[in-house]
Design a binder for this molecule. Structure first.
Ligand code: KIV
Length: 292
């Protein structure tokens, strides 16, 4: 049975930390499910880690639907949450509802995530009132990176911290089932988590959140040289893959791959008959000896 937003709320209510991981494709989704990760986020971070862009701003709804459909189809248990990308939900409540419905119907997700605080509350309310679960995302909201002037910690001063508290309360009041806190100082994130009934999911927001989310590629050194301060590398898979690829290239160059075990046999008589037929009917011979 697939987990729902009720199960996620129960985790907060019983003090069980919520684990969330991004997944974008069949291998990452299957591995995450095999590791019993209960919530998968098809994040628009795919614009950076899959598409190789320097922000999420150019990710389009079609990209999100494509990846959400894969992750939803190949998993059975985790709650799959899909990001609504830049400018796909802020133009009007109607636009937001239409696109959230597409992510659910065509992408198969159980919930959508949107970035923004108090001013986004009416839009969250409109989507939720139509039966689509919504997760909020405040603090550093990557779709607004051009406005922030970079990926910076938010809420360090008293006034911006107060704004973040109001953002979180407004998103909860609008009916969101949870909220991501990104790049928020640890004490502030813990404080917001203690004020909210719904779970907070932190990324760069310390251990006082109700759960944590990480970007899949950051955990495995698959996203290149740069590792954000908030990420922890659990395995150097990128190095392993690079070394294996060098090995593969060397094998091909040395003609040690493929060997007989990787190929398919054919009867000698079939090849003899073919050679004869090609020579007599097409009048051509091999330019070099072919191995039998
Ligand atoms: O797009 C994403 O992966 C996210 C997480 C970093 C929270 O929004």
């Amino acid at each position: 049975m697939r987990l729902t937003i009720r199960d996620i709320q129960k985790m907060k209510d019983t003090g069980q930390p919520i684990v969330m991981l991004t997944a974008y494709d069949a291998p990452s989704a299957r591995l995450a499910e095999a590791a019993d990760i209960p919530t998968l986020l098809v994040g628009d971070s795919l614009g950076m880690v899959i598409q190789g862009r320097d922000s999420t701003v150019q990710v389009r709804l079609e990209h999100m639907i494509y990846h959400c459909e894969i992750v939803s189809r190949v998993t059975q248990r985790p709650l799959v949450i899909g990001d609504l990308p830049f400018m796909s939900y802020k133009v009007s409540p109607e636009q937001a509802l239409t696109n959230a419905a597409r992510l659910m119907q065509e992408g198969g997700v159980g919930a959508v995530k949107v970035e923004g605080g108090e001013s986004l509350a009416p839009i969250v309310e409109r989507i939720v009132s139509s039966g689509i679960p919504v997760m909020g995302h405040i603090g550093l909201t990557p779709q607004s990176v051009n406005q922030f002037g970079g990926f910076r910690v938010q809420g360090r001063e008293a006034d911006s911290a107060f704004r973040l508290v109001k953002d979180a309360l407004a998103i909860e009041a609008a009916g969101a089932f949870g909220v991501v806190l990104e790049l928020v100082p640890t004490p502030l994130a813990a404080y917001i988590s203690s004020l909210l009934r719904i779970p907070t999911i932190g990324i760069g927001a310390g251990a006082g959140c109700d759960g944590q989310v990480q970007v899949y590629h950051d955990l495995f050194a698959l996203a290149g040289e740069f590792l954000p301060k908030h990420a922890k590398q659990y395995a150097q898979i990128g190095d392993l893959i690079r070394d294996a690829l060098r090995h593969y290239a060397a094998d091909v160059q040395a003609r040690t791959f493929p060997d007989a075990s990787h190929g398919f046999t054919q009867k000698d008589e079939v090849m003899a008959e073919l050679r004869a037929q090609v020579e007599t009917e097409l009048g051509i011979k091999p330019r070099k000896d072919t191995p039998s």
